[in-house]
Write a protein that binds this ligand. Sequence first.
Ligand code: UDP
Length: 553
Amino acid sequence: QSQELSQAHIDYHVALQALQEHGTRMVCTGKMHTDRICRFDYLCYCSEAEEFVFFHSNSSVMLPNLGSRRFQPALLDLSSVEDHNTQYFNFLELPAAALKFMPKPVFVPDVTLILNRFNPDNLMHVFHDDLLPIFYTMKQYSDLDDEARLVFMEGWSEGPHFDLYRILSSKQPLLKEQLRNFGKLMCFTKSYVGLSKMTTWYQYGFVQPQGPKANILVSGNEIRQFARALMEKMNITRVEEAEKDGGSAEDEKEKEKKEDYIVVFSRSTTRLILNEAELIMALAQEFHMRVVTVSLEEQSFPSIIQVISGASMLVSMHGAQLITSLFLPRGAVVVELFPFAVNPEQYTPYKTLASLPGMDLHYISWRNTKEENTITHPDRPWEQGGIAHLEKEERERILASKEVPRHLCCRNPEWLFRIYQDTLVDIPSFLEILKEGMKTKPTLKKSKPASTVHPGRVREPQCQTSVQTTNEAKLTVSWQIPWNLKYLKVREVKYEVWIQEQGENTYMPYILPQQNYTFSENIKPFTTYLVWVRCIFNKNLLGPFADVLMCRT
Ligand code: UDP
């Protein structure tokens, strides 16, 4: 793939004239800098100044036109990490007339997506912050197709996982440092700037301790579609899927048994499992399965994914390599190990992933509770958890502590000290946790193609009332089935009715199997009741409420 941008595809003079006459045009989505993606015609980049440039002319457009609010704090986030002050995007402004005095622009003919990778050295960050958001930002804008050009502006070099970024488009992604090769002024004919945050599920603890995002908008379905697309590009086919048709039920059971295996994802430099061989033996004996190990140090990424995509269980120390659990087949088990003094409940990127609705993974965590089984590394550099640089008192406090208190990202020395410990896994306690955890594993067959179709509104809701005595009344509510129900096979259809006496601030909820009901308890004569009705499929798929009924007894 050549770095050259073929200028032949565009008529240079036409492009230059368009830029001079029309200037830059920008139209964005999003009310805030944190949810904004902008589309530009003729956004330029000056490599000398390392700044993007917006050229004003009579026909340029800048929407939103924020004035100087554009700097409070920025036009948009260039990475998928929310409101991170090192990841802001903005541009300089110039009149188009200034072009006359500037170096001749080089035009980029490709539709370009401009963004910052957040931490391309770390596999979890690569997937969560970059690959998934890029993939779905490209899905959002149809001209960001396979021919789109990705431009990474964070300023890092390719990094160890660049092949994964290459998969997203047929064109070689450009790095910031390469932009200067194209000349002093580069103009993107059509570009999008920013990334969708729709697929991210975790916040890293910049403003509050790390944890799942408050409002997760992605489900297992989108994660799995992304995984499938990536596997296709890597030429990986799931053995499991290919072999599952044909043969009698018995044969298949037999085959499945044979094919079942456990993957131990091992780390070879830091945060080690010190008795990995023993752990593997224990797993094999306990589950009567083959156990294979993989590591980023020893295998290519595609070969690791090939193995993981057919596994029944993935066992690993907490760490970025666990992001590969998104390639596990449905129904698989994720077992995450935590070093001494690290509380699994407070570091849940992989638990959250496994628990996304429709991800259909079963998550189990184990933590080392035996201090004698941990190997600390106080003398390593601080970023690998060393604490030698700290005051004696602080060192002693950390060494005496049995659990890392909640903390912010990213340089908390106690956290780093503990998370970079090596661990001798206590096999009895590990197997105990595992057996216990497996008890609550749902069988996939039962919840099989768990439908995600929600009921429509119930139709023609009505109420009828009658007064029995001076303190007794009846309220009959009836309705028709939602319109989409007649096309669906639903295991269980129920209706929920809420009854509220007008003026009160509480309501009585009822769950009913039929399409009408007469209420007499707690119904008073000469009173107005507000009644809401909705349909529920299979216990948890809630439909919308029909318009409220006003029922006067
Ligand atoms: N890594 C690895 N083997 C190791 C240590 C790290 O493959 O022994 C990988 C790890 O999966 C991640 C990157 O190197 O992609 C950075 O690891 P680090 O420990 O800094 O991050 P963490 O795994 O805690 O997110």
